[in-house]
Ligand binder design. Structure first.
Ligand SMILES: [Zn+2]
Length: 357
């Protein structure tokens, strides 16, 4: 079968247009991630060098993080750099926890970073930037369902990708809470992420540990896909259980078992606190030694009291005067000379004579 020339040319033109997406020009490539991040000076006096340092960190880290969240960032966002906590506008100050160096305003495409707090807390600028960029990228990736993502997942993923925890949270601390059966479940954390420092540090540690455990077993991509699957119809726990094919209680129970028996956290506690544990072990010996020492002191006090209470003894006689040495010549002269005994037969001993044989 042959087609007329005009029809063949028209068909070829249609095929070319279809190959180009139905338009005459190919679609524009998405903007480079770094071009969507705008680093600006916030409150206080921020040195140009500090601003440039933050800009360079954002420019370096954003392209590394963006592939984890396909399609993000789509919207421009701002990184406001403030000099110190006091320089934060009054409306923003309550969002910054006393032991945190930065925060992200989800939905507003804003990150607020406080330079003094970064230095005071001893956190690397790179990890702080990665933490806050993760919040922004995840929020843009799941838009418009950002509110469906629980806070523990946000904080857990941000800490995992930053390679650093906030508030000096440590997985080891979870061991005590688990053994005491006082660790909150994740539904509670979703409803109420604690504000008090100790409870909040524990919540950060719990979020970090659980997300790291999930990522190690199911992959980071799968976790990001779970977040993208949550919407107004599918709550996050249902998306998690559906994509990972495990009930959420099974996941949580296995994670708890991992913390207690597989993470090495109890042994790390023992090694970290070996000196304190050694003191506790030696405490009975120290108490025994102290009791013996006190008993000896009491016996000494009793002896001294008995001596003080007894009547005073008669004074001893004075010692004789010492004899002069060498004896005085006058004393020697006064002493009468003794005459030698007379020689008579009675006191003369016969000479010892060897008898003649
Ligand atoms: Zn955070």
């Amino acid at each position: 079968m042959f087609l007329p020339v005009r029809i063949a040319v028209f068909a070829a033109a249609c095929l070319f247009a279809a190959a180009c997406g139905g338009h005459g020009t190919p679609p524009a490539p998405p903007p480079a991630p770094a071009t969507l991040a705008h680093v600006v000076a916030g409150g206080g006096e921020v040195a140009a060098a500090d601003l440039a340092r933050v800009q360079a960190t954002v420019t370096a880290e954003l392209p590394l993080l963006a592939p984890v969240f396909p399609g993000a960032p789509k919207h421009p966002f701002f990184v406001h750099v403030h000099a110190d906590r006091a320089a934060l506008p009054a409306a923003l100050a309550p969002h910054l926890h006393p032991d945190a160096p930065a925060f992200a305003l989800l939905g507003a495409h804003q990150i607020h970073l406080v330079l003094d707090e970064v230095g005071r807390l001893g956190l690397p600028l790179r990890s702080v930037v990665r933490h806050e960029l993760t919040h922004e990228l995840l929020d843009q990736h799941v838009a418009p369902h950002g509110r469906r993502i629980p806070r523990w997942f946000h904080e857990g993923l941000a800490q995992v990708l930053a390679g650093e925890t906030y508030l000096r949270a440590r997985e080891d601390e979870l061991t005590f809470a688990l053994l005491a059966q006082r660790l909150r479940n994740f539904a509670e954390l979703d409803r109420d992420f604690p504000a008090e420092t100790t409870a909040r540090r524990e919540a950060y540690a719990q979020s970090f540990s659980y997300v790291a455990w999930l990522a190690a077993r199911h992959g980071l991509d799968e976790l990001v896909a779970v977040a993208a699957a949550a919407d107004d119809i599918t709550p996050f726990p249902s998306a998690l259980a559906g994509r990972l094919r495990r009930p959420t209680y099974w996941l949580e129970e296995n994670w708890r078992a991992y913390v207690l028996h597989g993470s090495g956290a109890p042994w790390r506690i023992v090694f970290d606190q070996w000196f304190s544990l050694l003191l506790v072990a030696l405490l009975p010996v120290l108490v025994l030694g102290l009791r013996r020492h006190l008993a000896r002191e009491a016996a000494t006090r009793r002896r001294l009291a008995a001596i003080e209470a007894s009547p005073p003894a008669s004074p001893p006689p004075p010692p004789p005067p010492p004899l002069p040495w060498p004896p005085a010549a006058a004393a020697l002269a006064a002493e009468p000379a003794q005459a030698p005994p007379p020689l008579d037969g009675a006191n003369v001993r016969p000479p010892l004579v060897q008898p003649e044989p």
